[in-house]
Design a protein around this ligand. Structure first.
Ligand code: 8YV
Length: 318
């Protein structure tokens, strides 16, 4: 009997395929360095029974329409904004993700990025590596303390709660905004979005990207923030409007910003935000530890094995 075709649309070490390889024929994107171009991804989707995707693969309604055999998509991420889940549901396609396993790791990175912005570590390291560290000055390379400051978390899911937990260890006062109030979130206090924007010294954005959160932070929201405040996005590009953020950083409406995520990833080298000294960027490293990435692969493998064995499917989104 012919086995279903699993298309792995990113490069995955062979040994990680071991647990599932007897169930499927496998095709895989072979370039470990560059993402699969969208047109090649769409061609793969047309022949696949199962897709194993990453966030750079856009599974639009149109892609689904032209994928007659497709029955399952395992997405190697907790976020699944790259997949039109409504179209998948209509077509009877199962979608799974990788919840919980990356929350601590991403919370660590959120905290790291906040501290990088606050203590100007990218600027400092850049100066050092470029031979620009000339001497000691009283106010040279001085940043801002984070301890005893107010941290505002927008999007209080699992990662938000774990950021709040870390912040308490740094004596931060934590406020948050979320669709639902979370009474047990490590002492964090609920605020309206506007109050949070006005009060916080640091704001970390942690919502999923949905139609409701696209452009959640635009020039209006940035204008409400303190001039001394910093904005950190570790969620998804598009939640913070990049053009408005650039303007706000140039004009001094806020002091600094940092981001692990961008509207276009990989980020074009000429991205205006990358030219600013008060902007710290990382290349979508939120979940990038060996332990966590392997944990994410395991989540997907568990879902795939359940599918092959006709069991109820864990980590199912639709
Ligand atoms: C992934 C992420 O590494 O899980 C998510 O939603 O953003 C990251 O952990 C990335 O999306 C790669 O697919």
């Amino acid at each position: 009997m012919q086995k279903p075709l699993l298309w792995v649309t990113f490069h995955l070490p062979q040994e990680l395929l071991e647990p599932i390889k007897s169930y499927v024929d496998v095709k895989m994107w072979q370039d470990p360095e560059f993402d699969m171009p969208q047109d090649e991804f769409e061609a793969a989707a047309q022949e696949a029974d199962i897709l194993w995707t990453v966030v750079s693969n856009r599974v639009t309604a149109d892609v689904i329409k032209r994928a007659p055999k497709l029955k399952m998509i395992a997405n190697l991420a907790v976020g699944y904004n790259n997949i039109d889940t409504e179209a998948a549901t209509e077509a009877g396609i199962i979608v799974t993700n990788t919840p919980d396993v990356l929350a601590d790791t991403t919370a660590d990175l959120a905290f790291l990025l906040m501290m990088m912005a606050a203590r100007r570590t990218l600027e400092g390291a850049r100066a050092l590596y470029q031979g620009q560290w000339k001497g000691w000055q009283v106010l040279g390379m001085t940043g801002m303390d984070i301890h005893h400051k107010t941290l505002g978390i927008i999007g209080m899911g699992t990662i938000g709660e774990l950021v709040a937990k870390r912040a308490t260890g740094f004596d931060m006062n934590v406020i948050y905004h979320n669709r639902h109030e979370k009474p047990n979130a490590y002492g964090a206090q609920y605020r309206s979005k506007e109050d949070l924007l006005r009060e916080a010294d640091f704001i970390i954005v942690l919502t999923p990207l949905t139609p409701a959160t696209r452009n959640l932070i635009t020039k209006e929201e940035l204008a409400l923030m303190k001039k001394s405040a910093m904005l950190i996005n570790v969620a998804r590009g598009g939640i913070v409007n990049e053009d408005d953020l650039y303007e706000a950083l140039i004009k001094g409406d806020i002091l600094a910003a940092a981001s692990d995520v961008f509207v276009e990833e990989p980020v074009p080298t000429k991205h205006p935000l990358l030219t600013l000294a008060n902007f710290t960027a990382l290349p979508h490293l939120g979940s990038a530890t060996v332990e966590t990435r392997l944990g994410m692969v395991s989540r997907n493998v568990e879902s795939l094995l359940a599918y092959f064995n006709k069991h109820s499917i864990p980590f199912r989104v639709v």
